[in-house]
Ligand binder design. Structure first.
Ligand code: ATP
Ligand code: MG
Length: 581
């Protein structure tokens, strides 16, 4: 049944035990009402009808209506309460899933397609909910119905009951066969849905590139191919279910014929009353619906099992970058940074990106990082706020290994702006503050000034204007300036700026440089630089090559002494600008 895979969801049930109890009572109530209807019918046939006591017929019919009504009330309660509980569980589970995704280290997200995470967060969790709210209930209902009906049948005529049991035996065989087959199909179906989601997501984010390169037909074909795969798998699922239903529904009909034949003989021989036979037949009819349910329950349980396997693949990934048990917090950070013998490989890669890298940045100093493209500058910047952990060596802040610091404490002391200035679908204000507890208007204004992001005041709703995917579209340079303002907000003692001025014009760059110079005063800065002009901000420059620091020194000295450095920054105009700065 795959029910064991559901163990991990048991704690989610706990807050809603009250609802579950109401549901359980309603479930049993509806079953009791349904099971007593054939008994009342038997009583009417063998009593008032057989003995011509017409006066009792009306009250008996009234009783039947009452029992029927009771059943409906119980069914309503059952549906309602299972729905409420399962929706709450679904919400809790989804919240936890999201929290877990956020806690996982960056490298986890490097290795997962976003569509696969999306489909797990949305449709797999819904699949689990559907099983909990319908499947599990149908399973219980079917099981209890079978037991109750058989007990009642045995009470009427145990030989006939035995005949029915024998007729029903193939259920086990058919079910097992179906489960083995459907499990594979369900998993493939969910994976293919994830792949399809990824294609849609990539199209939505890359729509400009796709259009500019005229690649719509190509993307359409990729999508249609994937959609066709999904359809083929869905069809396989439908076929397997149809086969199971046909087989299962045949069984009650088979037993009905057997009951009619043998029961008929019993009535003629006087072992069974006509009312008893009718009640017996009614019980066999009561099994027809659960037969349908078995088909549903089995397919749902397999879907649920594979969906929870897919969820577990994410939920079982433990956050590799987390607080150590005795992690300390960083009090009054002076901002001394040291990379000591650092070696780094991206997880799942054998290539050393950084190896034996040594570098020290003194408090208040701004160090420029220069290197060829792909030399590992951004990677180095990632190591400081522990977006990745080193494979060898240590990164130290104020002499403490960053892995011995509380993540929260470490990260509040570091302001970062990376190459790709990501903004969220939220207001400018929310994008800047990003959950920092208290930010005064003064601080906000200062950060905006430093980043030369004054354009925000002219947006339609000022700081409250929504930007990001669903909002006002900003230019690359505007986004970069907002990202810079976000980094400097709250005056963190360490600033990591990865080429923060690449998309702004020369004039704006000069103005930002001027205010950045003031911000960088007194804070430790790690400044990845591509353009020589930005180097004016750096006190010293480190040249990275082959994964290590090959030269450190003042810009002018390096220009004279290092050929690679000169080659990388050889623009005459820029060089002269820096030299005179
Ligand atoms: P640029 O000047 O172009 O910004 P960079 O010096 O910042 O380059 P990095 O982004 O640090 O270079 O990349 C260094 C190397 O690490 C590259 O060879 C790149 O292919 C590899 N790399 C970067 N990110 C990942 C990742 N998430 N997984 C695996 N390899 C990566
Ligand atoms: Mg880079």
């Amino acid at each position: 049944m795959g029910l064991l895979a559901l163990r991990r969801y048991v704690p989610y049930l706990r807050p809603y035990l009250g609802l579950v109890v109401v549901f359980g009572v309603a479930q049993l109530g509806s079953l009791a009402a349904a099971a007593s209807i054939p008994k009342v019918i038997q009583y009417i046939i063998d009593g008032p009808i057989t003995h011509h006591q017409l006066g009792q017929l009306v009250p008996m019919a009234g009783l039947l209506v009452l029992v029927g009504l009771l059943e409906f009330v119980f069914i309503y309660l059952r549906r309602n309460y299972s729905g409420i509980a399962s929706l709450r569980i679904e919400t809790d589970l989804r919240n936890d899933f999201y929290a877990h995704l956020q806690n996982l280290q960056v490298s986890f997200h490097d290795n997962w397609q976003s569509g696969q995470l999306l489909s797990r967060a949305i449709s797999d969790i819904a699949t689990v909910r559907r099983f909990v709210s319908f499947g599990l209930i149908w399973f219980l209902q079917t099981f209890v119905t079978f037991v109750v009906v058989f007990v009642l049948m045995i009470g009427l005529d145990w030989v006939l009951a035995l005949v029915v049991v024998v007729c029903m035996l193939p259920i086990a065989y058919f079910s097992k066969k179906f489960q083995d087959k459907y499990r594979v199909i369900a998993r493939r179906l969910q994976d293919q849905q994830g792949d399809l989601t990824t294609i849609i997501e990539e199209m939505a984010t890359g729509v400009r590139i796709i259009k500019a390169f005229g690649r719509m037909p190509l993307m359409q074909k990729r999508f249609e191919d994937q959609a066709r795969l999904l359809r083929t798998t869905s069809l396989e699922g439908i076929k397997a279910r149809a086969l199971l239903w046909t087989r299962l529904n045949f069984l009650p009909n088979l037993s009905l014929v057997a009951v009619l034949l043998l029961g008929g003989v019993n009535v003629v021989q006087g072992h069974l009353t006509i009312g008893g036979l009718v009640a017996f037949m009614n019980y066999v009819f009561m099994l027809t619906w659960p037969m349908d349910a078995i088909g549903w329950v089995l397919s749902m349980s397999e879907e649920c099992r594979t969906a929870s396997e897919r969820l577990n693949e994410v939920l079982d990934s433990r956050p590799e970058i987390a607080d150590r048990p005795n992690a300390t917090s960083l009090e009054r950070c002076s901002g001394r940074i040291e990379f000591r013998g650092v070696g780094f490989k991206y997880p799942k890669s054998d290539e050393w990106i950084l190896r034996d890298l040594n570098l020290t940045i003194e408090p208040g100093e701004t160090l420029g990082i220069v290197g060829r493209t792909g030399s590992g500058k951004t990677t180095l910047a990632y190591l400081l706020p522990r977006l990745y952990d080193v494979a060898e060596g240590q990164v130290l802040v104020d002499g403490i290994d960053v892995r011995d610091l509380q993540l929260r404490s470490l990260r509040t002391h570091i302001g970062v702006a990376f190459e790709d200035p990501i903004l969220f679908s939220a207001s400018v204000h929310e994008n800047l503050v990003m959950g920092r507890p208290i930010v005064s208007d003064e601080e906000l204004k200062r950060a905006i000034d430093v980043a030369q992001a004054g354009f925000v005041w002219d947006l339609p709703w000022g700081l409250e204007t929504r930007v990001g995917e669903q909002g006002y579209t900003l230019s690359g340079g505007q986004r970069q300036r907002l990202a810079l303002a976000r980094a400097v907000l709250g005056s963190p003692p360490i600033l990591v700026l990865d080429d923060p001025l690449s998309s702004v014009d020369v004039h704006t760059e000069a103005v930002i440089e001027e205010s950045l110079r003031r911000v960088l005063e007194g804070v430790t800065g790690l400044l990845v630089v591509h353009r020589p002009s930005t180097l004016a901000l750096a006190d010293r420059v480190a040249l990275i090559d082959g994964g290590a620091v090959v030269a450190v020194g003042a810009h002018t000295d390096l220009l004279k002494s290092n050929d690679l450095y000169r080659a990388l920054l050889s623009q005459e105009y820029e060089t002269s600008r820096v030299q005179t700065a």
